[in-house]
Design a protein around this ligand. Structure first.
Ligand SMILES: C[S@@+](CC[C@H](N)C(=O)[O-])C[C@H]1O[C@@H](n2cnc3c(N)ncnc32)[C@H](O)[C@@H]1O
Length: 294
């Protein structure tokens, strides 16, 4: 299992929220009422968040999804599900337990949250049992294989759900100041990205294209947009952690010497360090609506 620490997810959350493409979030917000047409007034919008980590995706999206929401947060790591519960309770103005749910109240919205420990690799459809209106994920699909992505897309399409994902790594990176090992580190990092993260050989930077193909093949309208991190001196802690993770992953491949990776990482401690890390967001709608971007 590939582990993600609650501390790392907390560190990246502000950058993730700032990077999301606001146009796609607005398009998602406009599209959902159409998806709920056959439902009783007041019924919550049903959302499944795959690979939820500590709940960042809910905190980013809930303000755009209306006054009544019912989320299922899915992850295979029980420690992250526990962190999600604690962080969401702290994020809400008021939180209460209601049988299996944690009910959050914030900005006039009632958000019921259920936590589900599940290995998504085993069965992409397993989390979609309750016919969600929206299936979403953040920073997940670059870990998954193309075959798994295709199977997940088919399961979403069978539900007729809207699909939105943010912050899929797209392979674009540039660091400053330059270092002679930049190209070698990046090539090794990309090789590491393609390794098996529990879902088979990972799609890595190809994940957004794989999602686009899978949804378009079944008549969904798909739009994508760039959501890069643009990190600078105000993001020193995130830059340090990112450089450490990048250097470690590159060295693990054996394609760069450990000393070279260490020297590369050491330069990234400099206060003037900046980095651009490419991501893409994607929205897929069952109706062929006017989605023209991407
Ligand atoms: C990069 S983190 C992103 C977490 C969260 N979505 C966010 O944006 O902060 C990837 C998440 O996917 C989860 N994950 C990875 N493989 C999984 C699997 N096979 N089944 C369920 N969750 C998985 C990890 O535990 C982790 O929480």
């Amino acid at each position: 299992m590939t582990g993600f620490s609650p501390d790392w997810l907390a560190l990246r959350e502000p950058a993730d929220h700032a990077a999301r493409d606001p146009g796609l979030v607005a398009a998602l917000s406009r599209a959902l009422p159409g998806a709920l047409q056959d439902r009783a007034p007041g019924d919550p919008v049903r959302v499944v968040d795959l690979g939820c980590g500590a709940g960042s995706n809910l905190r980013a999206l809930a303000p755009h999804l209306g006054p009544a929401q019912a989320w299922t947060l899915v992850d295979h790591d029980p420690a992250l599900l526990a962190a999600a519960r604690a962080r969401l309770a702290a994020w809400a103005e008021r939180a209460e337990e209601d049988r299996d749910d944690l009910v959050l109240h914030r900005d006039g919205a009632r958000i019921a949250v259920r936590f589900c420990a599940l290995d998504l690799a085993a069965d992409p459809a397993a989390a979609l049992g309750e016919r969600p209106d929206l299936v979403t994920a953040a920073a997940l699909f670059d870990l998954a294989s193309e075959a798994w992505i295709a199977a997940l897309a088919e399961a979403v399409i069978r539900c007729g759900a809207v699909f939105y994902t943010a912050l899929t790594y797209d392979g674009a990176e540039s660091w400053s100041p330059p270092h002679p090992a930049d190209a070698a580190i990046h090539a090794a990092f990309l090789a590491h990205q393609a390794g098996d993260k529990g879902f088979g050989p990972a799609a890595g930077p190809g994940a957004t294209d794989a999602l686009s193909r899978a949804f378009r093949a079944h008549g969904y309208a798909v739009a994508t947009a760039a959501s890069p991190w643009r990190l600078g001196p105000g993001d020193a802690a995130l830059l340090r952690a990112l450089a450490e993770g990048t250097a470690r992953a590159a060295a693990e491949t054996g394609r760069v010497a450990a000393a070279e990776a260490e020297a590369w990482e050491a330069l990234r401690q400099a206060p003037e360090t900046t980095a651009l890390i490419g991501h893409r967001d994607l929205l897929a709608l069952p109706d062929t609506g006017p989605l023209e971007r991407g």
